[in-house]
Write a protein that binds this ligand. Structure first.
Ligand SMILES: [Cu+2]
Length: 549
């Protein structure tokens, strides 16, 4: 075995181990949203550091960061663990409000031989002051600064990235996102902090509001309940290795002196790392601001309750197209590059996309939701309307009516466990010979449990939620930890396999893979699984989604 093969074998083993460990330890994580720094004055730096990859590699990279964190305001305000390093990939998400005067000062702390650097804000009307003239904008010379000023335009999500030697500097990691929030709350939208209460299981507290704004745009049809930002990029480690070697060879050189520059070929291009928010799967499913990723603070790990309007902010960074597929529903596109797509009479006109394909620099906003409509079984798995024998009169789980609204959904009670249930499937059991007291006569036979198991998130029940077993069987066996189910006594109903082993208080959602449909991109250094992949979780409304970090 040649040395190179030996190295690859070790890398493969480490990657697989990392993947297994991470997948089994992530059962309780529930953190994402669209974190960033908010304000009108941003002092950014461009600096080098190493990015962690799940195959164990530390890839020399460049990124934007904060010169310091004095005066930095982290958003959303429900974020508790925010940090902004001197270098991070993607760069800090800049959160501003429509109409504000915004100033971004960039200090070039890249190695001297890397030369000048800059920031472009495509779509914004920018005034650049200071620095030195560059091809596309004013640039910051080594150790120098440049300032960009603009008035935050119409709301939406846009990219920012280096306008200097983009084939190398964007590849090295100099890119980020800017989010412009609407200045006012649209009629019909719920102001931040005011989302209506939902069903709260015993032992849980009310769920915090993790949104940046009440709506995505100045349009009442763009209200949302939850949001996520995904930036797609790829890296060719050969380019990074060559850049690092040349930087080391020119250490201490004087700016402008002969030989004090880099000459790194960026073709041919063979990326090996495919990242969402600077991380590859499974790292992208760890929390935001996890300490093991000091230069990759943002994750990609969406969670939602049925019926919630989830705003997806999606940006293509890097050099390739990235066809991102959100399993479980289409994404209704609201806007491209901050431009809301409307019909002449003001209705939403964006397409419903099976795959949200980004091209480099392109940003899009869309709405995703999941209700379980059309499953042909009652995924809420609750008992028929008649209270189960022995159920306390106040048992909220034994009385779950489904009253269809004009669209067929149960929406009259926003605090119901089955809010947004598709009523045509109400009380339809999954299997023809159901366990518990779900009424018989279901549409299908019970499938192999492996089809319905959801890995670390499987609650042992094919129905949605940590307490789905007690909802479907009607009572809990003696000694069961299912605290809010009436007891069956010592002869209790036998729950489905696995239910008791998994804590019914933990997250037991429906997991859907969200991933690049260029399947080359769901690898890490040629090993599957990895790269641009994450698991989206639909959680019962009894599960409290916590995105505070
Ligand atoms: Cu797919």
């Amino acid at each position: 075995m040649r040395p190179m093969n030996m190295k690859n074998a070790i890398l493969k083993t480490r990657l697989l181990l990392a993947g297994v460990l991470a997948l089994t330890s992530l059962a309780a994580t529930a953190h994402a949203a669209a974190p960033g720094i908010q304000g009108t004055t941003f002092n950014l730096t461009a600096a080098p550091a190493y990015l962690t990859q799940p195959d164990g590699q530390a890839v020399y990279s460049w990124g934007y960061g904060c010169t310091n964190t004095t005066g930095v305001t982290f958003a959303p305000t429900t974020t508790t663990a925010g940090f902004c390093n001197t270098m991070q990939v993607p760069g800090p998400t800049l959160i501003v409000t429509e109409g504000q005067a915004v100033t971004v000062t960039l200090t070039n702390n890249l190695p001297t031989s890397a030369g000048n650097t800059s920031i472009l804000f495509p779509g914004l009307n920018v005034t650049a002051t200071g620095g030195v003239a560059g091809l596309m904008t004013q640039e910051a010379a080594p150790a120098g600064t440049v300032t960009y000023s603009f008035t935050a335009p119409t709301p939406g999500t846009r990219s920012y990235y280096s306008g200097t030697q983009g084939d190398l500097q964007v590849e090295m990691g100099l890119y980020g996102a800017i989010i412009v929030l609407p200045a006012t709350v649209q009629s019909g939208c719920t102001a931040v902090g005011g989302l209506p209460a939902h069903y709260i299981a015993p032992g849980n507290t009310a769920e915090a509001d993790f949104r940046l704004a009440a709506s995505a745009y100045d349009n009442p049809h763009t209200c949302y309940d939850r949001e996520y930002l995904f930036q797609f990029s790829e890296m060719d480690p050969n380019i990074h290795t060559q850049a690092e070697a040349q930087v080391l060879a020119t250490t201490g050189c004087a700016a402008g002196a002969a030989g004090c520059s880099l000459n790194v070929p960026t073709e041919p291009y063979h990326p090996a790392y495919f990242m969402i928010n600077g991380r590859s799967m499974p790292d992208d499913m760890d929390t935001n601001y996890a300490p093991q990723y000091p230069h990759q603070p943002y994750n990609g790990n969406p969670h939602m309750h049925p019926g919630e309007m989830v705003l997806l902010r999606i940006i293509g960074q890097g050099r390739w197209q990235h066809p991102f597929h959100e399993h479980a529903n289409h994404v209704r596109i609201l806007a491209r590059d901050g431009n809301l797509i409307l019909t002449p009479n003001g209705n939403l006109a964006g397409p419903a996309l099976f795959t949200t394909t980004t091209t480099p620099g392109m940003a899009m906003d869309g709405i995703f939701y999941y209700t379980g409509r059309g499953l042909n079984w009652d995924m809420y798995g609750h008992r028929p309307y008649t209270p189960a024998a022995g159920a306390p009169a106040a048992d909220p789980l034994s009385k779950l009516p489904c009253t269809p609204d004009a669209n067929g959904y149960n929406t009259s009670d926003t605090t119901a466990l089955n809010y947004y249930e598709w009523c045509q499937d109400h009380n339809k059991p999954l299997q023809s010979a159901p366990f518990g007291d779900v009424s018989a006569g279901g549409p299908v036979t019970l499938p192999d449990p492996n089809i319905l198991t959801l890995g670390a998130w499987y609650g042992g029940s094919p129905y949605l939620g940590p307490n789905a077993t007690s909802r479907s069987t009607g009572c809990a066996p003696a000694g069961s930890p299912q605290s809010n189910a009436p007891s069956c006594g010592s002869t209790g109903v036998t729950p489905p396999s696995g239910t008791i082993a998994n804590s019914p208080g933990g997250e037991a959602g429906f997991a859907f893979m969200w991933h690049s449909h260029n399947e080359r991109e769901i690898t890490t250094n040629n090993i599957f699984p990895g790269g641009m992949m994450m698991m989206m979780l639909v959680d019962s409304r009894e599960f409290q989604i916590d995105e505070s970090n």
